[in-house]
Design a protein around this ligand. Structure first.
Ligand code: EPU
Length: 441
């Protein structure tokens, strides 16, 4: 069992480089399996989700050479089109292997990634879209999708709701399909554009048009490429809040502010300032005091669902009542119970919503009578130490942030969750002055 022991109260200061984006790296690894030539990926974070992806690629016969943050991937052929259940269900990105398996083996056996600690996380639109491309897919009782197709056929498909990985699934399938594919109501998340950039470097023909439309002309084959992954906007927000919360002075290098507009807007409303130095690094700080805010999580370019946990910790320090309304996942407030142990005054509730089917991205069928979609946070509250458990990746970061400003020594179990998405999180916080110890029992 892995845990952190954090003694709160230290102001963070120094400089930190934001890592490459997890949610690009995982998909770039899948894209690399669409060619038999070498793909070199740079700035890949050394996190456990990447490790599991590498393990799966090696498992079906690919060669992956990892040298620091660079991966050299060569998949000459795919020897086994069935993903191992235990590794694959650890992360949603594993469900993206349909395209490489079908293109190269005509078959794919992929476990249903299923629900996790933040929601049901269906892939029904992925399956519907792939079916339109001529893939026959059966979901058996053993939890696997069994897919087969002699070839992938270009198709027109309209997503009925926003889906980030669903859009990526269809792009990955369409690049080597016969003919053209037109995708409507696609997700606009910038991580998808990086996947498109990589695929086009590999010889694909993918164009994003206006009005959430993507056009893909299938090509005969893809070739090798070299691609550098841009920095992670979730990690940038986590460190920005860590610095502001602790009243610190941390300069963040390699931040892509362009994709964090909604965060900066709310941060400024909350009394925050963003300063840029000559070398382009950014410092996020609170000028005077934290003001309460009302947030509704939204698809890009809105305020990301992944930011709401860390934001909640910042709002515990605001003078007055704040609200956060989560619209992407039906169950992403599991960290609230843990923050309450630290003395945070947070209440879960369901705000009235006119047209829930349109307003929420999740399916209302996945909610129970106990599911709550919003929280009220009363501030300002001094947080105290507690013994906590991380439920998922972003909830883990949320608890660490809370512990950094709590009185006394906080113990947080479930560090495996943080390791899924943040490279050397404790070591980097320690370098910035946090009193954090990592213990493996
Ligand atoms: N949904 C469906 N059916 C589908 C697809 C999605 O009902 O076929 C629902 C989901 O259940 C969810 C909502 O639509 O309620 C949004 O799902 P989406 O497909 O857009 O997101 P995702 O693939 O589950 C990715 C990231 C998330 C990030 C979201 C939003 C990856 C591997 N994951 O998730 O990242 O929060 O997009 O941008 O790219 C994280 O990094 O911690 C994380 C959860």
């Amino acid at each position: 069992m892995k845990k952190y022991i954090i003694r709160g109260g230290n102001k963070l200061s120094g400089e930190i480089t934001i890592s490459g984006a997890k949610n690009v790296a995982l998909k770039a690894i899948v894209a690399s399996c669409l060619t038999n030539e070498e793909v070199i990926l740079e700035n890949v974070p050394r996190i456990s989700d990447v490790h599991y992806m590498i393990e799966m690629v090696r498992g079906f016969g690919g060669q992956v050479i990892q040298d620091g943050n660079t991966l050299r991937i060569t998949v000459k052929s795919i020897a086994n089109y069935r993903l191992p259940l235990e590794t694959a269900v650890k992360m949603r990105a594993s469900s993206l292997f349909f395209a490489p398996f079908i293109v190269r083996c005509k078959k794919a056996e992929i476990p249903n990634p299923g629900g996790d600690r933040i929601g049901a996380r269906r892939i029904d639109m992925h399956i519907e879209g792939l079916t339109k491309m001529g893939v026959s897919i059966v979901n058996r009782e053993d939890g696997y999708f069994y897919a087969s197709a002699n070839s992938l056929k270009g198709a027109n498909y309209t997503f009925h709701k926003n889906t980030h990985t669903g859009t990526e699934q269809m792009i990955l399938a369409a690049v080597l399909a016969e003919g053209s594919t037109v995708l409507e109501n696609c997700a606009d998340e910038p991580e998808i554009n990086e996947l498109i950039e990589l695929l086009n470097l590999m010889g694909a023909d993918v164009k994003r048009e206006e009005n959430r439309r993507i056009l893909i002309c299938g090509v005969e084959k893809l070739s090798g490429a070299r691609y550098k992954i841009k920095s992670d906007r979730n990690e940038a927000v986590t460190f920005a809040i860590a610095s502001a919360l602790t009243g610190g002075n941390v300069w963040l290098k390699e931040v892509n502010l362009e994709f964090m507009g909604a965060f900066v807007k709310e941060f400024e409303k909350a009394g925050g300032k963003v300063e840029k130095n000559e070398s382009g690094s950014l410092r996020f700080y609170i000028q005077d005091k934290v003001s309460p805010t009302e947030i509704v999580t939204k698809i890009y370019p809105g305020f990301m669902t992944d930011w709401q946990g860390p934001w909640c910790v910042l709002m515990t320090q605001a003078d007055g009542e704040s609200k956060i309304h989560e619209t992407i996942y039906e169950d992403r407030f599991q960290y609230v119970h843990e923050l309450k142990k630290m003395g945070a005054e947070i209440e879960l509730f369901n705000p009235p919503v006119d047209n829930p089917e349109d307003f929420y991205n999740f399916n209302s069928d996945d909610c129970t009578k106990d599911t709550r979609h919003a929280i009220r946070i009363k501030g300002k509250t001094d947080l105290n130490n507690a013994v906590l458990s991380m439920m998922d990746l972003r909830a883990g970061a949320t608890l660490v942030l809370a512990a950094l400003i709590a009185r006394g020594e906080t113990i947080i179990y479930g560090v495996e969750q943080i390791e899924r998405g943040y490279e050397d999180f404790d070591k980097r916080l320690k370098k910035l002055g946090a009193d954090i110890e990592y213990i493996e029992e």
